[in-house]
Design a protein around this ligand. Sequence first.
Ligand code: ATP
Ligand code: MG
Length: 176
Amino acid sequence: MSTLRLFYALWPEPDLADTLSTWAAQAQPHSHGRPMRTETLHMTLAFLGSVEKEIADELIDATPYHRLQPGTVTLDRYGVFARPRILWAGPEQTPDSLQASHDGLWLWLSAFGFAPPTQPFRPHVTLLRNIERNDPPADAPPPVTWRYDRMVLVASESTDGGSRYRVVARSKPQPD
Ligand code: ATP
Ligand code: MG
């Protein structure tokens, strides 16, 4: 049975991705590790894992019609996930609107047979992999506000050079 490894994410516009790259560069002397490439930076909303092709095709067809309420999230801090050795940028507090979009997405996904995660939603953008210390840099760059109005469905594919992301569907942008 053929499958795709899928996740839903917010994808930054190039300017925001550039800014987040400078966050990665600023943290690197402290945390070490490997910066994510600028064009791969994203915020995961829902990780689906391995999905059978038939269901994947249904999701690809349905994704343009899932309404994502437009919102903003302000990234204002560095954080660390120690076990996967990741340094990230994220909000000090998860905005209610983003939490609601996350919850609404999982509710919608339940119609396709997916069960929501048991872990709480921790919105973040992974900046560095394989970091060498568990404390994040004390000071983050100036806060950056991310204005979003759509999400993307991404296939994560393993290649010789590591994982590669391929956008397979987008929700239609929603007016404010
Ligand atoms: P690799 O695993 O090859 O190092 P990757 O982590 O970038 O590369 P994926 O594992 O396919 O690629 O993950 C895609 C996205 O989903 C990433 O943002 C990742 O952090 C997130 N993700 C992966 N596994 C989970 C999980 N179990 N729960 C929540 N999010 C996850
Ligand atoms: Mg992974």
